[in-house]
Design a protein around this ligand. Structure first.
Ligand code: HAM
Length: 424
């Protein structure tokens, strides 16, 4: 036998038994977004590398070590590691934001060369939202309220909690950065080489270190909230009071800074403790400078993205009530002279008249017994049986595979009505 070829590490297949749950989750996402009036957009999976370097930031983990980048003749291209950069690029290029404000969403695969583990993959899927042109904290609140509604729809609301912070303006962050570096320089003995490098390149990322000793020291570090500019402070206060009034619970986490450079003011993450180390199911925030930074007219932005693998895992873990859609309702078994054609005709009639019904014809020959076994394996509700006598008499046998009720023979012209009765 020829040697088999394996999937790339960290890139998953979705098997026929898994897709129904994925589709269920995706449908909930689509329905909630539609109920807020958001419009779907689709962007390419590959973009030019400088887009991500400029948008996400050269010194972020994503850009400095996780991107899948390759040369296409003399152009450097990257598999998108996230959706915001491409969405902003498209919004500027296609004029999506100049007519009026826009509330957009997308869903699809993203690629990051991370060390794979449960909940962390090299190809993963995000559903993301980007809103352009609204400076007020109302829209930040709407995004959070929308996600809270989605968690309810997915049955995971008791297992996620909201972390919220404001990282202020660029200037406020620069002031804070100096204060933080001055503080952290006194604790370099606790730092790994990587953290020492971060201290120079991206000190705010040290705030979400996993290093226990450093975490403790950080409790006494200067707080970003104390360095906020007046406008950001006011924005954050208004957002918090809206969330309070709407009954959304959150924890203000002064160490929450997010791993991408484009944010300002509001940042937030929805986290769970049910998935082990990869507990962030959704993250986002405001990025008021990004459109301009990528060459557009100054336009505010705010958005978030959720990891669909993590949501699917969480739903599997905590929501046992997800209806599992079966692939087949009616399985058509047939044998004998003229039966193949008759089976095909009946199947097509059913698909035209009862479009919600899932109808499968056997197609692979063999005895009736073998065909019934197949129907059973697929958990079909009914088998329709067509033998030579049914072909001649223009009848069909309906066999209930679940309840064990007597099978009945009906004229083929009455079949649609019979099945309609049984599935109504
Ligand atoms: P992010 O925090 O990098 O933000 O990713 C958002 C979510 O994608 C994470 O919370 C997580 O659920 C999921 N995710 C990230 N990396 C992986 C991975 N390797 N495997 C599985 N899931 C993963 C962004 O991507 C921003 N673009 C969000 C945003 C939109 N901010 C404003 N607008």
């Amino acid at each position: 036998m020829a040697k088999t070829i394996q999937a790339i590490r960290g890139m998953n297949d979705c098997s026929p038994t898994e897709t129904p749950l994925w589709q269920w989750v995706e449908t909930k996402v689509r329905n909630v977004l539609a109920s807020y009036g958001y419009s779907e957009v689709r962007m390419p999976i590959v973009e030019s590398t400088p887009l991500f370097a400029r948008a996400i930031g050269e010194v972020t983990d994503v850009v400095s070590k996780e991107m899948y980048t390759f040369w296409d003749n003399d152009e450097q291209l990257t598999l998108r590691p996230e959706g915001t950069a491409g969405c902003v690029r498209a919004a500027i290029e296609r004029g999506w934001i100049y007519n009026n404000e826009q509330r957009l969403w997308y869903m699809g695969p993203m690629f990051r060369h991370e060390r794979p583990q449960k909940g962390r993959y090299r190809q993963f899927h995000q559903a993301g939202v980007e809103v352009f042109g609204i400076p007020n904290p109302e829209i930040d609140a709407e995004l959070i309220i929308l996600t809270a509604r989605l968690w309810k729809a997915l049955g995971i609301d008791q297992h996620v909690s909201l972390q919220l912070n404001s990282i202020g303006s660029l200037e406020a962050r620069a002031n804070y950065r100096s204060a933080l570096v001055a503080f952290l320089e006194q604790h370099q003995s606790l730092m790994s080489d990587e953290e020492k490098e971060r201290l120079v390149k991206n000190p705010l990322r040290i705030l979400d270190t996993k290093n226990q000793a450093l975490q403790e020291v950080l409790n006494d570090a200067p707080k970003l909230l104390d360095y906020l500019d007046e406008e950001s402070r006011e924005h954050f206060t208004q957002l918090c009071s809206l969330l309070d009034a709407m009954g959304i619970q959150y924890e203000v986490n002064p160490k929450l800074v997010r791993g991408l450079d484009y944010y300002n003011k509001t940042v937030f993450e929805w986290v769970t403790s049910a998935l082990g180390a990869q507990g962030t199911v959704c993250g986002g925030g405001r990025y008021d400078g990004l459109v301009e930074q990528l060459g557009g007219h100054a336009t505010q932005g705010v958005g978030f993205a959720m990891g669909l693998e993590r949501l699917v895992l969480l739903v599997q873990e905590v929501n046992k009530d997800v209806p599992v859609a079966k692939a087949v309702d009616v399985y058509i078994v047939y044998s004998g002279e003229g039966a193949t054609l008759n089976a095909f005709q009946i199947a097509e009639t059913l698909r035209s008249e009862l479009p919600d019904l899932r109808v499968m014809t056997h197609c692979s020959g063999g005895k009736f017994q073998k065909q019934f076994k197949r129907a059973d394996k697929l958990e079909a509700e009914f088998a329709l049986v067509i033998g030579e006598s049914e072909v001649t008499e223009k009848t069909v046998v309906i066999k209930d595979l679940r309840s064990g009720m007597e099978q009945i023979t009906v004229p083929q012209t009455a079949l649609v009505a019979e099945l309609q009765k049984r599935f109504s």
